[in-house]
Design a protein around this ligand. Structure first.
Ligand SMILES: Cc1ncc(COP(=O)(O)O)c(C=O)c1O
Length: 431
C-alpha cells in the first residue's frame, strides 16, 4: 500500500521530481479547487460540499483503515482518544517526557495522572523497558510518540498493552507514512492521532488533526468526544450531522456523553484533501532532506554531530532532522554551535523541548489552581505519583540540552540546498 516514494532508500530519490510537486507556499491547485467548491456551496448549519466526509474518507483510504475522525488540532485528537478509552480520575497514562507537552496535558485534562517514561538515547524514542517499569495497577493507556518522525519500538509496547489490558494511542503528530517492521505507522495501536498543524508534513491551513482507527466502537466514542457527545453520531466518515426529523423535534435528546467541540471546518478539510493527494511527495521531500543532512555529516567526516539511529526495520519521516551535539569533542557549546550555523547561512535550529516533567507547570502542579487540585491528589487516585522530579527520566534529562533540531519542512530545493550547505560550512569552520 505504501508507495516506493516513502519506503525506498532516500539516497535514490529524485529531488527535482519530488519538489516539482510541492507548491512553495504549501497551497496547490487541488487545494484551491476544493476550497472553491466549499466557497461555491456556501455555509450554513450543514457540511459544505461534503468536504469533511470526503477528507475523512480519503484519509482513511490513504492509511488503509476503516475510520478517520477529523478534529481541529492534534491535541484535541489525543484528548478524544483518551476520553473514549474511558481514561479518567484515578487512572495513570504513560507518556514519554521527550515530547511536545500536549501529549501529557491531555492526560491531566481527563483528570488522570501522567507518568513519564524515559527515551532511548540513540533513537530518542520512548524506552519500552522504562514503560514496563512504570506500569502499575492504575495504568490505563500508553501514548507512544513517533518522535521527530521516527516510529517507536511498538512490538514490546503492544505486548505490554496486551498483558495489562491497556489502550495504545499512537501520537503520530510528527510522523506520516513511516513504516515499522513492514507495518504502516498509524495503524499499529488501537488508534492514532495525527496533527495537521502548520509545521507538520501536511497541514489543513495552520491547524487541524485526525484520528484513525479500525475499531468501530472506539471510533464512535472518539467522534462523540470530539463533537459535543451527540447521541446520534456514528463512527462513519462524515456522519457528523443529526437527521433532520429527529433534530427538529421538541423531544429530541441530544447528548448521551460529554464532549468538546473539536470540529474541523470545511475550508480546513478542503486544504487537507488537496494536501493528501501529494502526501507521498511531502513525505519523500522530508526523507530526502534528512538524507542530505546525514550525507553532509558523513562526507565532512564530522564526529561531533551524531545522527539519529534509525533501526533497520523502520523508516524515518523527519518532522525535523535531530542529532546529538558532542560539545566536548567540538570544544564549543550548543549555543555557540547554533550561532555559528546561523552565521554560515543556517536558518536557525531549535533545541528540544525541556523534558515535560521538568516544565514549570509540572513542577508546581498548579494545573487547576492549587497543587492539591491536581489529579495526583484526587481521592479516587490510589497511586504514588505525587510529584515530578529530576531523576525520573535520566536519559532525556542528560540528552535534551545537546539535541539539535534542524528544519526539514523546506518546500523548495533551493532552500534545502542552502540549509545543507550552511551545515557543511559550519562543520568546515570547526574542522
Ligand atoms: C508530538 C506532538 N503531539 C501533539 C502535538 C499537538 O498537535 P497540535 O499542535 O495540532 O495540537 C504536537 C504538535 O506539535 C506534537 O508535536
Amino acid at each position: 500500500m505504501l508507495s516506493p516514494l516513502v519506503t525506498m532508500d532516500p539516497g535514490k530519490l529524485d529531488p527535482e521530481e519530488i519538489f516539482s510537486h510541492l507548491p512553495p507556499n504549501r497551497c496547490g491547485e487541488a487545494d484551491r479547487r476544493y476550497m472553491n467548491e466549499v466557497l461555491d456551496d456556501g455555509f450554513g448549519n450543514r457540511e459544505s460540499a461534503h468536504m469533511l466526509e470526503r477528507f475523512e474518507a480519503a484519509f482513511a483510504q490513504k492509511f488503509g483503515v476503516e475510520f478517520a475522525i477529523s478534529h481541529n488540532s492534534g491535541s484535541g485528537t489525543l484528548l478524544s482518544c483518551l476520553l473514549a478509552a474511558g481514561v479518567g480520575p484515578g487512572d495513570e497514562v504513560i507518556v514519554p517526557t521527550l515530547t511536545m507537552a500536549a501529549t501529557a496535558f491531555v492526560v491531566i485534562q481527563c483528570g488522570a495522572v501522567p507518568v513519564f517514561a524515559d527515551s532511548d538515547p540513540d533513537t530518542f524514542n520512548i524506552d519500552p523497558a522504562d514503560v514496563e517499569r512504570k506500569i502499575t495497577p492504575f495504568t490505563k493507556a500508553i501514548i507512544p510518540v513517533s518522535i521527530f518522525g521516527l516510529p517507536p519500538d511498538f512490538d514490546p509496547l503492544l505486548a505490554l498493552a496486551e498483558r495489562h489490558n491497556l489502550t495504545i494511542v499512537e501520537d503520530d503528530a510528527q510522523c506520516y507514512l513511516a513504516s515499522y517492521k513492514g507495518r504502516l505507522v498509524g495503524t499499529i495501536g488501537h488508534a492514532a492521532s495525527l496533527s495537521l498543524q502548520g509545521s507538520k508534513h501536511m497541514t489543513t491551513g495552520g491547524d487541524g488533526g485526525m484520528v484513525i482507527t479500525d475499531d468501530e466502537e472506539y471510533a464512535r466514542g472518539i467522534r462523540k468526544a470530539a463533537i459535543q457527545g451527540y447521541r446520534t453520531l456514528d463512527a462513519r466518515p462524515g456522519s457528523t450531522l443529526i437527521p433532520r426529523d429527529e433534530r427538529q423535534d421538541w423531544s429530541f435528546e441530544r447528548h448521551d456523553r460529554m464532549g468538546f467541540n473539536f470540529r474541523m471546518s470545511a475550508m480546513q478539510a478542503a486544504l487537507g484533501l488537496g494536501q493528501l493527494e501529494r502526501l507521498d511527495y511531502l513525505v519523500a521531500a522530508r526523507r530526502y532532506i534528512g538524507a542530505q543532512y546525514e550525507a553532509a555529516i558523513r562526507e565532512e567526516k564530522c564526529e561531533w554531530l551524531i545522527p539519529p539511529h534509525v533501526p533497520q526495520d523502520c523508516t524515518h519521516t523527519y518532522w525535523c532532522y535531530t542529532c546529538k551535539l558532542d560539545e566536548e569533542a567540538l570544544g564549543v557549546d550548543w549555543r555557540t554551535f547554533r550561532k555559528t550555523f546561523i552565521e554560515h547561512g543556517g536558518d536557525g535550529l531549535y533545541g528540544a523541548w525541556v523534558p515535560v516533567h521538568l516544565e514549570p507547570i509540572f513542577q508546581t502542579m498548579a494545573f487547576y489552581g492549587p497543587r492539591e487540585r491536581a489529579p495526583n491528589f484526587d481521592p479516587r487516585y490510589e497511586g504514588s505519583v505525587k510529584r515530578y522530579s529530576r531523576g525520573d527520566c535520566p536519559n532525556v534529562e542528560s540528552l535534551q540540552s545537546r539535541l539539535c533540531l534542524f528544519k526539514a519542512g523546506m518546500q523548495t530545493l533551493d532552500r534545502v540546498n542552502g540549509q545543507v550547505e550552511a551545515l557543511r560550512a559550519t562543520i568546515r569552520h570547526f574542522a
